[in-house]
Each structure stands twice: as structure tokens, then as C-alpha cells.
Design a protein around this ligand. Structure first.
Ligand code: 5AD
Length: 460
């Protein structure tokens, strides 16, 4: 007699970086292959997976709150499975299972290939008489980090959004002293260039026109004799691909070869994220960033010479242990010198197990000082951003329409330089390109209106 079972429903909720968003798509691919139906809310799901970030303490606190909230749902439906995946799961491991006994599964970033099997294993254990008698359900932890897992041969499950994230590299071989990533994602593992190209061709055939290549230090990619510039130029030439972006590069691997590809390939967007972290050489050294302010500025010159209209963004950490006020002011100077189009700014957050946490206790900076530095940095970087964007009002831009705007009748899209523009338009045109004149800016984003001229490139 064959038992017919209802397909199980799974829900994946993702926090954190683009790599995590891409991992969420990977997990959904594994689950769909394993016979699960993917649903869009935890209320509908038999399996709820929270895909987490560990980069700063705040990211983790937020997730812990969310997980305990989900326990409310589980009280109504005890058969529901709650899994915590990703970097925070890797970092906290078994401790998370102890602290939150209603969590059934923790799984780190190298465990997703076996996700559906692990869930079946959990189900088998739950059905065992011993487990049924116990108060606490069986819990599983999948925390092995792999030297080789690059998820080669596996399909992401993407929505029908017009842009796609393509992971080309996982893990990180750097040891920046503040950063948890190498400990929760393991060493750098690159994916086959041929497979990446095959995936991009497939996406282009299905109508995707914009791809973003992803990796922790994406431009140090190396597979066989494929360097990142070579892969980038091949991806840029795939028929149907109109826009290529990549993130996050390490400044040291911003090479003449890379900027040449950026300058020569029309589909590579005029945009670069260049995480500076600090504008002070002593701090950069103590962060183990392996560049100086001077060499960073040379990279900026290199890129701006090759691609004059490029939009640059950065990441900055304030109040790294031992950072003096004068050293912090060097960071403000760097901001004023480079004039980044956008800056992601953070207060240093100690991460257990990273080298910076072993610095002498007296070097750790009071939170009110850190807060004041952050506020000042934000003011400076927003001021610069506002000036740059105000000077761009009046420009005519190709905009890829990504989604509905906040108000009915409006759509939101991005320019090639990754600036967000809202304008009147029909949501039926999501995925299409429009020629938009930038009419005003809030500082960070633009309002514009579409013009009825045939597009030079990229319109549909
Ligand atoms: N504290 C604060 N910010 C951090 N980042 C990474 N680790 C930490 C930390 N411990 C920031 C860096 C990085 C970005 C993704 O997060 O700026 O580039």
C-alpha cells in the first residue's frame, strides 16, 4: 500500500548581505527539488527557515527576536519545524539549540546541499517512539565547514525578478581583524567559470538582462586560468545581458586588467563598491586590510581615469578598538577626498573569535563616543551624497524598472550607476527599461519622469 502524502510547504526568510539572499534562493532550489512547495509566509509553512547574518551583534539580536516570535506559531502547530541557517547558525551552533529549545535545526552555510535530506532525517527522528515520549523534540546541527563546497551544479530558485544574483565565490581567505566571515563561511572557494557562464546564458535566455556577480572578495576570483577580469568580460558579452555588476571587491584586487574590462565592456555598469573601512593607515594596519590610504587613493584614480563617470560606494567602520579621535578625522578626510556616491557606515561590533576582540580591553571605545563618531560620519557622507546627486538632477538615464513604487502608479528602478529613481509608470513594465530624466533628489534617491525618446541602448 502506498501512502500518499501532502507535499510539505517551506518558507525561507533571509537577513543580511546579497550572498545571503542568493543562499536563500539556493535553499529554495534544494527544497523545491526535494518536493517541497515554497510558500511566502511562515503561517502557511510546515518548515520555516530563518537565514541569518553574523556580521554585527545587532544583526543577531534582530534574528533572535524573530525566532522567538515564530515560537508563538509553533505553540499553535507543534509539528512545525523551525530551522536557523546561515552565518549566525554557524557561529552559535549548538548553543543556539540550547538557548532556544524550540529551534529544531541549525545549519551553517556549507550544509545546504543536504538540506532536504537533513529535514527528512529530522522527521524520522521525530517519529521515533523515544522522541514522541520526550518533552523536547530532536534537534539537529549541521555545522561542518567545507574546503570545497562551492555549490557547483546546483540551481537557485529565483523569483521572476528582472535582475539575478550569481554567486561565483564563497568564503574568504582574508583575515581582517574585525570580521567574522572567514570563521563562518570558511576559506575562499570559487565556482567553475564555465558553469557561471552557462548559468548566465540560461538566465539571459529566460529574459534576465541584469546580473550581479557575487563573492566575499569577488575580484580575487580564480578558477583554472580564469581570472576575475576574464570572467567579467565573458559574462558581459553574453547575448541579452545588458548590465553586469559585481560585489564586493577587495581594493587590492582592483587591477589595471579589471578596470580595462570595466572601461571596454559596454554592459559592465559604471559602478564600484570599494570598501575602505578607515581613512587612517595605523587603523588599516590594525584591521589587517593590507593597503594604505595612499594605495587606496591610487585605486580610486585608476578606476576614475578608466571610467570617468563611475559611481563609487564604500563601507566604513568607526570606533575600531584603539581608534583615536585624530584617526577618526582621517576617515572624514578620506570621505571628503574621494567623495563617494554612497557609504554604508557601521560602529565596530566585537565578534567572538575574531583577532580584534583580543586587543587590550582599555582600547575598546565607549559606545557614546562610537555613536558620536558614527553620527558625524553619516552627516559628512550624506552631505557629500546630497551634493553629488543634486548635481545629477537633469541627467537623462536608462532605468531598469525593478518594482512598484510606494505610491500607486509609480515604479522604482535603478540607473546604470546604481542610483534609485522613482517615476510614474506601469508595473506591467517591470523588467523593461525606460529613459528617465532625473527631476529632483531627496539626497539619496531621485524622482524623475519618463521621456518618450527612443533609447540609445537598453530600452524595451
Ligand atoms: N563591526 C562592524 N562592522 C563590520 N563589518 C564587518 N565586520 C564588522 C564588525 N565586526 C562591516 C564592514 C564590511 C561590511 C559588510 O560590514 O564594513 O565591509
Amino acid at each position: 500500500m502506498t501512502e500518499t502524502r501532502k507535499p510539505k510547504r517551506a518558507y525561507v526568510e533571509t537577513y543580511g548581505c546579497q550572498m545571503n539572499i542568493s543562499d536563500g534562493e539556493l535553499m529554495q532550489g534544494v527544497l523545491a527539488d526535494g518536493g517541497y512547495t515554497i510558500v511566502t509566509s511562515p503561517e502557511e509553512a510546515d518548515v520555516v527557515l530563518i537565514n541569518t547574518c553574523a556580521i554585527r551583534e545587532h544583526a543577531e539580536t534582530r534574528v533572535l527576536g524573530r525566532v522567538s516570535q515564530l515560537n508563538g506559531l509553533k505553540r499553535e502547530r507543534p509539528e512545525m519545524v523551525i530551522g536557523v541557517t546561515g552565518c549566525m547558525a554557524q557561529r552559535m551552533g549548538e548553543k543556539l539549540l540550547e538557548d532556544a529549545p524550540y529551534v529544531d535545526l541549525v545549519m551553517g552555510p556549507d550544509g545546504y546541499r543536504g538540506l532536504a535530506d537533513t529535514l527528512s532525517q529530522l522527521e524520522t527522528r521525530r517519529a521515533a517512539p523515544a522522541a514522541r515520549a520526550g518533552k523536547r523534540g530532536p534537534q539537529l546541527a549541521v555545522l561542518d565547514l567545507s574546503l570545497g563546497e562551492n555549490y557547483q551544479g546546483m540551481e537557485q530558485r529565483r523569483g521572476d525578478q528582472p535582475t539575478a544574483w550569481i554567486p561565483i565565490q564563497r568564503g574568504c581567505d582574508h583575515r581582517c581583524t574585525f570580521c567574522i566571515v572567514p570563521y563562518v563561511r570558511g576559506p575562499e572557494k570559487n565556482r567553475s567559470a564555465l558553469e557561471v557562464l552557462g548559468e548566465v546564458r540560461g538566465l539571459a535566455a529566460s529574459g534576465v538582462t541584469e546580473v550581479t556577480l557575487l563573492g566575499q572578495t569577488v575580484n580575487s576570483y580564480m578558477w583554472d586560468d580564469w581570472t576575475f577580469p576574464r570572467l567579467l568580460s565573458e559574462v558581459a558579452r553574453v547575448d541579452g545581458i545588458r548590465r553586469v555588476r559585481f560585489t564586493s571587491p577587495h581594493p587590492n584586487d582592483v587591477s589595471p586588467e579589471l578596470v580595462e574590462v570595466m572601461a571596454l565592456e559596454p554592459s559592465v555598469c559604471e559602478q564600484l563598491h570599494l570598501p575602505a573601512q578607515s581613512g587612517n593607515n595605523r587603523t588599516l594596519k590594525r584591521m589587517s586590510r593590507r593597503y594604505t590610504v595612499e594605495s587606496l587613493l591610487e585605486k580610486v584614480d585608476l578606476v576614475r581615469t578608466a571610467v570617468p563617470d563611475i559611481a563609487l560606494s564604500t563601507d566604513i567602520i568607526v570606533a575600531f578598538p584603539g581608534e583615536t579621535d585624530t584617526e577618526f578625522r582621517d576617515t572624514l578626510d578620506l570621505m571628503r577626498t574621494v567623495r563617494f556616491d554612497d557609504a554604508f557606515t557601521y560602529k565596530y561590533s566585537p565578534r567572538d573569535g575574531t583577532p580584534a576582540t583580543r586587543l587590550p580591553q582599555e582600547q575598546f571605545i565607549d559606545s557614546d563616543v562610537a555613536q558620536a563618531r558614527l553620527a558625524e560620519l553619516i552627516e559628512v557622507s550624506r552631505g557629500i551624497q546630497g551634493e553629488i546627486n543634486a548635481a545629477e538632477v537633469g541627467r537623462l538615464e536608462d532605468v531598469l524598472i525593478e518594482r512598484a513604487g510606494r505610491h500607486p502608479g509609480q515604479v522604482l528602478g535603478r540607473t546604470r550607476r546604481n542610483k534609485v529613481v522613482v517615476f510614474d509608470g506601469d508595473v506591467a513594465r517591470i523588467g523593461r527599461y525606460a529613459r528617465v530624466v532625473l527631476e529632483s533628489t531627496s539626497g539619496a534617491t531621485f524622482a524623475g519622469s519618463e521621456v518618450e525618446v527612443p533609447a540609445m541602448s537598453g530600452s524595451a
